[in-house]
Design a protein around this ligand. Structure first.
Ligand code: NAD
Length: 476
């Protein structure tokens, strides 16, 4: 029985690299039943702001396997990233990006580089939750959930176990984002204990990124929240040789999407020059995922053999070491001709038959005691801190007391310095006067008093404790 998959040709160089990839899949005898859908620029420009029609969702939900060429997101506001939409709608939480050097056939500073970036795919700063509440500032929400983090961290460890990788490293910035990145780091330590045979390591993302860019041999599998993973997987792919060579898998419990990590390169479109390798690599990941491992390694070995023979597209062509500069179609034909051959210098790919990472049951957690202990109020206020404090002196409530005034992250009252640059948004921290939890009515009373004092509250954030531990930053 042919395995149903959905294919989208995408925009820019997309159709050319997809044709090249499908040609190789056909020649390799991949047993696929292909349903083609249209997504991306044309759909956006027809007025569908998500870039995808309902009938295409039906195809994706039926096949649960999507091979996608890159798409162009039209310039200007109002167009939602289709990649982000598909990943979150289908629950594709793990973005796996192998970054491998093919030295000496593809130029790289790091021969032997073989790093797999496992990027969280559904949350962090990519949920698109953004607000403007005053003329001078916007907020974007960085959302890190326990379930989201547990799933991706467990995936990284399972991936390492299945693929016999020795180490998993975690990159976060929890010296600054103590709660959000702190949760990710804590869960990394906790879940890591279940994998005693795998080495564990943690780096603050800035120095970790510097080390990755200069000494990639020190890394094996790296797991990261969404934003760091997005940026650093491009860096890793580029230093391995070229972003044009790397494929990616977006994996969920009930579906998967495979795509090159590069974009639609519109300036290269229609000239038969683009390198189809990133999409070919993605197709190889797809074949392994759907259990067609044997076909996958035939293509992988033929592709490696083609690189070894110096048959290169313009982006990796090097005078002296490359033998033949070819276009997209000719490169695909060269790979197809070498199906069944094995590389002589590069590693020979073998079918382990174990590409699917088993889903891990999440741990049951005891219910924590949650208590409301205060509130942070964001206000639109363009005056000085001392004028604000004067107005707030007239705002009294029975249950709450003003503890701190912040501007951006800096405390401006009761501490603070004149030098602090203040914007038109202050944050007022009110805490409960009593040891007992607050009631909604007490918060509403405070909001009423602030309204009477003509102080414009633009956003509120409740402050809770969980089993007595503060669930907000700056508690101590
Ligand atoms: P890009 O990756 O499309 O191209 C950057 C440059 O890299 C190109 O100009 C080209 O020189 C080179 N390049 C990329 N892929 C190549 C290939 N296969 N062969 C040879 N050279 C290649 O990045 P961009 O120019 O920033 O983005 C163009 C469009 O792609 C934008 O609309 C962006 O939104 C979109 N994009 C889509 C995806 C996706 O669909 N997954 C990902 C990233 C960007």
């Amino acid at each position: 029985m042919a395995i149903p998959i959905t294919v989208a040709y995408g925009d820019g160089i997309g159709p050319e690299i997809m044709e090249a990839t499908l040609h190789i899949l056909k020649e390799a005898g991949a047993n696929l039943d292909i349903d083609v859908i249209e997504v991306g620029e044309k759909v956006y420009l027809r007025g569908v702001s998500t870039g995808i029609e309902p009938s295409s969702w039906e195809s994706l939900r039926r096949t649960r396997c999507f091979l996608k060429a890159p798409m162009t997101t039209p310039q200007g506001g109002g167009y939602k990233s289709l990649n982000v939409t598909i990943r979150s709608a289908l629950g594709l939480y793990a973005n796996v990006r192998p970054c491998i050097a093919y030295y000496p056939f593809v130029e790289t500073k790091y021969p032997g580089m073989d790093v797999v970036i496992v990027r969280e795919n559904e949350e962090d700063l990519y949920t698109g939750i953004e607000y403007q509440q005053s003329q001078g500032a916007v907020h974007a929400l960085k959302l890190i959930s326990r379930i989201g983090s547990e799933k991706i961290i467990a995936y990284a460890f399972e991936y390492a176990r299945v693929n016999k990788r020795a180490k998993v490293t975690c990159f976060v910035k929890d010296n600054i984002m103590k709660l959000s990145d702190g949760l990710f780091h804590k869960l990394f330590d906790e879940i890591g204990e279940e994998y005693p045979e795998i080495a564990k390591e943690h780096w603050i993302v800035d120095i970790g990124a510097a080390k990755l860019a200069t000494s990639p041999k020190d890394f094996d599998v790296i797991v990261m929240p969404n934003l760091y993973g997005d940026i650093l997987s491009d860096v890793a792919a580029q230093i391995a040789g070229s972003v044009g060579l790397a494929g990616s898998a977006n994996i969920g419990d009930a579906g998967a999407m495979f795509e090159a990590i590069h974009g639609s390169a519109p300036r290269r479109a229609g000239q038969n020059i683009a390198n189809p390798s990133g999409l070919i690599q993605s197709a190889i990941l797809m074949l392994k995922h759907i259990g067609e491992g044997e076909c996958a390694v035939r293509i992988e070995n033929g592709w490696r053999r083609t690189l070894e023979e110096g048959i290169h597209t313009y982006d990796i062509f090097k005078e002296g070491s490359s033998k033949q500069k070819v276009g997209t179609r000719e490169f695909a034909a060269a790979v197809a001709k070498r199906l069944g051959q094995k590389p002589e210098t590069l590693k020979i790919a073998v079918d382990t038959g174990k590409a699917r990472i088993p889903a891990r049951r999440l741990k049951e957690r005891a219910i924590e005691k949650k208590e409301l202990v205060g509130i942070d109020l964001f206000i639109d206020y363009a005056g000085t801190t001392s004028a604000l404090k004067l107005s707030l002196d007239g705002v009294k409530t029975d249950a709450l007391t003003l503890k701190v005034i912040y501007n951006r992250g800096a405390e401006v009252w009761p501490g603070g310095f004149e030098e602090t640059c203040c914007i038109d948004q202050y944050r007022l921290r009110y805490l409960s006067k009593a040891a007992t939890p607050l009631r909604d009515a007490e918060i509403l009373q405070l909001l009423g008093e602030l309204a009477k004092a003509k102080i414009e509250v633009v956003a509120t954030q409740n402050l809770y404790t969980f089993n007595g531990r503060a669930g907000y930053a700056g508690a101590s």
